[in-house]
Design a binder for this molecule. Structure first.
Ligand code: PMP
Length: 394
């Protein structure tokens, strides 16, 4: 069974601690509530078991002896599970050190020097793209703008549009973007990190040419991801000097990481927990909006687990710190590194007024989230909101 009970409140941006003592309070020990699954999800028990089993065995999958063959068997089992999640053949999977690397591999390795990315992509995709596709106020990519950019001509392009935005949870029109890209002879890459296990993934082959995944967003370990490729699509490697991954990514395979990724992928593939999580998220938003919260991206289709909520007049940093003090871990958009919060390029691209964008936090639910977690979050949020309002009046 899932449990984050007993974990101490993590610092902003850091993954949840496991089974560490909780901070004492007058009412006795409190357990921390982890509502930052879009940053990283706790390791699923299935993934942990698969990893421990892999770590117990020795062997390089490239070795021909029995130990090597056993390591190869474990890696190939994980590959089949990830391939099943993506609905492709195992040979279409290239394991990487995470989605940051998968995005880099897609955007540098598919032979297109003209790179367009939606303005709300993760930085690891934006870093490679000279051209930005704007988004509307609802947080969805502007398809007419994509059409115009590609129609303006230029060399053959690759277009990167994510399946689900990590800050707002807004589902992007990937199939429509793919049809436009195809009409203009462009390739299309999709960062599906926040979609996996939550909504059906874009079809690799029929819709997109390449798709990025990351294990730690779906209950697998950190430091392992995959680029899923259309069957037969040639890819120039970033890392050279080895025949691994069909000569598309050199380096000894992360066997335990692949085993954990595979087990997590198999555990989330049926998306069975999503209706329960959607009900909890709807209840959270109902109670917060009744207290004056503004839900960003609410006008567009969204994944079940993500809520981007603004408390006008109170900075996101203040809210994250106040909720953390109350034992509730959320984040200020995804826009943080080294614990520092900076302006969100996603909310900026949506054209939100500064006061709203600067007061938005991201609350992201996961398998261990229950009604009590929602109660704790709502209570801490309302407490801060009311304190701020009474101070404003005084
Ligand atoms: N893309 C998206 C949408 C993400 O949310 C993240 C993680 N924040 C990444 C890419 C990067 O993934 P990884 O941590 O596996 O490099």
């Amino acid at each position: 069974m899932w449990s984050t009970a007993g974990c101490s409140a993590p610092a902003i941006c850091s993954p949840p601690g496991r089974a560490r003592p909780s901070p004492p309070s007058e009412a006795g020990p409190v357990t921390a509530v982890y509502l930052d699954h879009n940053a990283t999800a706790p390791l699923r028990p299935e993934a942990r078991d698969a990893m421990l089993a892999a770590l117990e065995s020795v062997g390089n999958p490239s070795s021909v002896h029995r130990f090597g063959r056993e390591a190869r068997r474990l890696a190939e089992a994980g590959r089949r599970q990830v391939a099943a999640l993506a609905g492709v053949a195992p040979a279409q999977i290239v394991f990487t050190g995470g989605a940051t690397e998968a995005n880099a591999l897609a955007l540098t390795g598919l032979g297109r020097r003209r790179i367009l990315a939606s303005a709300i992509e993760h930085d690891s995709a934006l870093a490679w793209a000279a051209e930005r596709i704007p988004v509307g106020g609802d947080g969805r990519v502007d398809l007419d703008a994509l059409d115009r950019l590609l129609a303006a001509g230029g060399e053959p392009a690759i277009v990167s549009v994510m399946a689900v935005n990590n800050e707002t949870g807004v589902i992007q029109p990937v199939a429509e973007a793919a049809a436009i890209a195809r009409r203009h002879g462009a390739l299309i890459h999709c960062d599906a990190v926040q979609a996996a296990g939550r909504i059906p993934l874009p079809a690799v082959g029929a819709e997109v040419d390449a798709l990025s995944l990351s294990a730690h967003k779906l209950g697998g370990p950190q430091g392992i991801g995959a680029l899923v490729l259309r069957d037969g699509l040639p890819l120039a490697p970033l890392l050279r000097g080895g025949a691994q991954e069909g000569r598309r990514r050199a380096g000894t395979e992360n066997v335990a990481g692949i085993a954990g990724f595979g087990a997590a992928a198999a555990a989330v593939a049926d998306r069975a927990d999503m209706p329960r999580i959607a009900a909890l998220r709807d209840e959270l938003e109902r109670r917060l909006t009744a207290e004056g919260a503004v839900v960003l991206g609410a006008g567009a289709p969204r994944v079940a687990n993500t809520s981007c909520v603004a408390m006008p007049g109170v900075t996101a940093e203040t809210q994250v710190a106040a909720l953390d003090l109350a034992g509730v871990a959320v984040s200020a958009g995804s826009a943080c590194s080294s614990g520092k919060v900076r302006r969100s390029h996603v909310l900026e691209a949506m054209g939100l007024p500064d006061d709203l964008a600067e007061s938005a936090i991201r609350i992201s639910l996961g398998p261990a989230t229950d009604a009590e977690a929602i109660d704790r979050c709502v209570a801490a949020w309302i407490d801060l909101s009311r304190r701020r309002r009474s101070r404003a009046v005084a």
